[in-house]
Ligand binder design. Structure first.
Ligand code: SAM
Length: 276
């Protein structure tokens, strides 16, 4: 019998992958976790029925959420990742030799444990001695750590359940306070085709707090619509004028200095979302 998994992205649309077996299923206090072995995309991490990452295309998302801000900041020493329990973002953060401390604030310790068991290529960054794992709410962590971080990355689930507050204006203000002078933050902000209103609202909120606000895009084939956005707020450095670090010094598969610049070139309909 053939097994197929469908992420129902709207009432009327979904993406489907052929599955050779289910490796793990559990319910945690926060969400349902599934690990599937797919035929085309390798292992797939699914939270509450939504694809978080697959072996085959995860590098695009994780490299772009991490390296764009880390190469924008001239000297990122203290880095915070909120969410990101699969470890992919931390794995990219610790590629940067300037990073002295990388903190992961993830609400669900089971995501971390499941990733360690089933996604060794994602979770290997956890073994780096500069990494500190704090299991708890990222919102509380930000409130409790003022003037601490050079770079903050919000690698969250969709804006429902415990992640809802990670898309709120008060949270972006908290991040501003948690950043040191010249600090930079990035949040994954969903798809411009499916989440237009969210992107417009988040852009307005961030632009009203941070002197520099930019949005960039990357293709992630297994995310809804395949077109993904990241919104960056900066207290000083502009990602379009990044200078001072050698962007070829680390090993990547997607990110290059040229991709960094090109990812800020926005299609007309996305520009219009930011002008609303
Ligand atoms: N790359 C993914 C995507 O965009 O689909 C997100 C991956 S990651 C696994 C998201 C993580 O955020 C989940 O493990 C979830 O438990 C965590 N999370 C949700 N709300 C949170 C909160 N308030 N504080 C900390 N972590 C949170």
């Amino acid at each position: 019998m053939e097994l197929w998994f469908t992420e129902k992205q709207t009432e009327n649309f979904g993406i489907t992958a052929k599955v050779s077996r289910t490796l793990h299923t559990e319910r945690t206090p926060y969400q349902r976790i599934d690990v599937l072995e797919t035929v085309e995309y390798g292992r797939m991490l699914v939270l509450d029925g939504m694809v978080m990452c697959t072996d085959r295309d995860e590098f695009i998302y994780h490299e772009m959420i991490a390296h764009v801000p880390l190469f924008t900041h001239p000297d990122p020493k203290q880095v915070l990742v909120i969410g990101g329990g699969d470890g992919g973002t931390i794995r990219e953060v610790v590629k940067h030799p300037r990073v002295e401390r990388a903190v992961l604030a993830e609400i669900d310790e089971r995501v971390i444990a499941v990733s360690k068991e089933y996604f060794p290529a994602l979770s290997r960054g956890f073994a780096d001695p500069r990494v500190e794992i704090e299991v708890g709410d990222g919102i509380a962590h930000v409130k409790a750590n003022k003037d601490t971080y050079d770079v903050i990355l919000v690698d969250s689930t969709e804006p429902i359940g415990p992640a809802e507050g990670l898309f709120a204006r008060e949270f972006y203000e908290g991040i501003y306070e948690a950043l040191r002078p010249g600090g930079v933050f990035v949040a994954q902000t969903e798809s411009p085709l499916f989440n237009a209103a969210l992107i417009s609202r988040v852009w307005r909120d961030i632009a009203s707090i941070y002197p520099v606000t930019r949005l960039y895009l990357a293709p992630v084939p297994t995310y809804p619509t395949g077109m993904w956005s990241f919104t960056l707020g900066s207290k000083g450095p502009d990602p379009l004028q990044a200078e001072g670090q050698d962007e070829t010094a680390i090993e990547t598969r997607y990110y290059t200095p040229e991709v960094h610049g090109a990812s800020f070139a926005l299609p007309r309909f996305v520009e219009e979302l930011l002008a609303r």
